[in-house]
Design a protein around this ligand. Structure first.
Ligand SMILES: CC(C)(COP(=O)(O)OP(=O)(O)OC[C@H]1O[C@@H](n2cnc3c(N)ncnc32)[C@H](O)[C@@H]1OP(=O)(O)O)[C@@H](O)C(=O)NCCC(=O)NCCSC(=O)C[C@H](O)C(=O)O
Ligand SMILES: [Mg+2]
Length: 269
C-alpha cells in the first residue's frame, strides 16, 4: 500500500539515495517539469543508472515527459519494461489512446480540463494502474486560486478511479514545503473526500503525510466498538443494530470499520 510518493528531480542524482531513504513508499524520479529542457537527456541517463543499481526499499517510479511530444516518446522507449521500474507516471494525459501498448503499470496524471472530462475513459485503459490529479497545472489552466474550488474536480477523479476498479486516488503535491499545518489540514480534507495518500516534493513532508492518513486513536476506538457490537449481534442472529450512543450499524458500517482497523494496523508507526 503506497501512502507517500516522493518526487526527486532526475537531474539531481545526488538526491536519489536520500529520497529512497526518506521513508516514502515510492520514489518518483521526475524527468518532466522539475528538469530544464537542456538537462532532459542527462536526467534520463541518471534514471537509467539508478534503475540498474535499484536500491532495496521503496518502489521506484519515473515521471516521463508528455507522450504527445517526441521527448516523452523517447523517455518511454528507453524505460518501458525495464527491470527495477515499478511504474511510469505519465503527465498531461488527455485521452487513453496515448497509453496504448505500454507494458509498465501507468499512473496517469490528469491535469487539464480535457483530462478531467475524459477521466473515466483514461482510468479504464488496461495499462492504467492508478490515476492522480496534477493540481498545479489544472489550477493554472483554469485560473483557480482557491484550493477548495478543486474539490468538485477531485471528486470526479475519485469516482472515475473507483468505477474502473483502481486504487483510491492519491493527492497532488502540497507546494509550500515549510507549511506543515497547511499540509496536514489539506490531507484531512482530501481524506474526507475519499482521496488516499499523497505525493510529496520534499522529504520533510513524508512523515506528516503518513500521519495524516493513519486513522486516529478515536477512529480506531470507534471502529473497534462497531466491529465488536456487530460480532455480538451476528452471534445473536441480528443484522442491524444501534450502539448505546444511538449510532446505527449495518453491513457497510461494519465493512468500513474493519477497513479502518486494517489500515491502522498497516500504518502503525
Ligand atoms: C523544492 C526543492 C527545490 C527544495 O530544494 P532545497 O531548497 O535544496 O531543499 P532543502 O535545502 O530544504 O534540502 C534539505 C535536504 O533535503 C534534500 N532534499 C530536498 N528535496 C529533496 C527531494 N525531493 N528528494 C530527496 N532529497 C531532497 C536536500 O538534498 C538536502 O539534503 P542534505 O544536503 O543532506 O541536507 C526540492 O525539494 C525539490 O527539488 N523537490 C522536488 C521537486 C519536483 O520533483 N517537482 C516535480 C513534482 S511537482 C508536480 O508533480 C506538480 C504536478 O505536475 C502538478 O501539476 O500539480
Ligand atoms: Mg503538472
Amino acid at each position: 500500500m503506497i501512502v507517500t510518493w516522493l518526487y526527486v528531480p532526475g537531474d539531481r542524482p545526488e538526491r536519489f539515495a536520500k529520497a529512497a531513504a526518506s521513508g516514502a513508499d515510492a520514489v518518483i524520479v521526475d524527468l518532466e517539469d522539475a528538469v530544464a529542457h537542456a538537462r532532459k537527456e542527462e536526467a534520463l541517463a541518471n534514471v537509467l543508472a539508478f534503475l540498474r543499481e535499484r536500491p532495496a526499499g521503496p518502489q521506484v517510479h519515473v515521471r516521463i515527459n508528455d507522450l504527445t511530444t517526441e521527448r516523452g516518446r523517447a523517455d518511454l522507449r528507453a524505460l518501458d519494461g525495464l527491470p527495477g521500474l515499478d511504474g511510469l507516471r505519465v503527465p498531461k494525459v488527455e485521452s487513453p489512446g496515448v497509453l496504448d501498448g505500454i507494458r509498465t503499470p501507468v499512473h496517469a496524471l490528469l491535469e487539464s480540463a480535457a483530462a478531467i472530462v475524459g477521466a473515466a475513459a483514461i482510468a479504464a485503459h488496461p495499462a492504467v494502474a492508478g490515476v492522480a490529479l496534477g493540481e498545479q497545472d489544472l489550477a493554472a489552466e483554469l485560473s483557480i486560486t482557491a484550493p477548495e474550488a478543486l474539490d468538485q474536480l477531485r471528486l470526479q477523479v475519485v469516482l472515475a478511479a473507483a468505477a474502473a476498479g483502481l486504487p483510491p486516488v492519491a493527492m497532488s503535491v502540497y507546494p509550500d514545503i515549510r507549511d506543515e499545518d497547511g499540509l496536514v489540514a489539506s490531507c484531512a480534507r482530501g481524506r474526507s473526500m475519499g482521496l488516499f495518500g499523497r505525493s510529496a516534493i520534499h522529504p520533510a513532508q513524508v512523515p506528516a503525510i503518513r500521519r495524516a492518513f493513519r486513522p486516529s486513536p478515536e477512529e480506531v476506538a470507534r471502529a473497534a466498538e462497531v466491529v465488536e457490537a456487530a460480532e455480538r449481534a451476528e452471534a445473536a442472529g441480528v443484522g442491524a443494530l444501534a450502539l448505546a450512543d444511538g449510532r446505527f450499524v449495518d453491513a457497510p458500517v461494519v465493512a468500513r470499520a474493519r477497513r479502518t482497523l486494517e489500515l491502522a494496523e498497516r500504518l502503525a508507526p
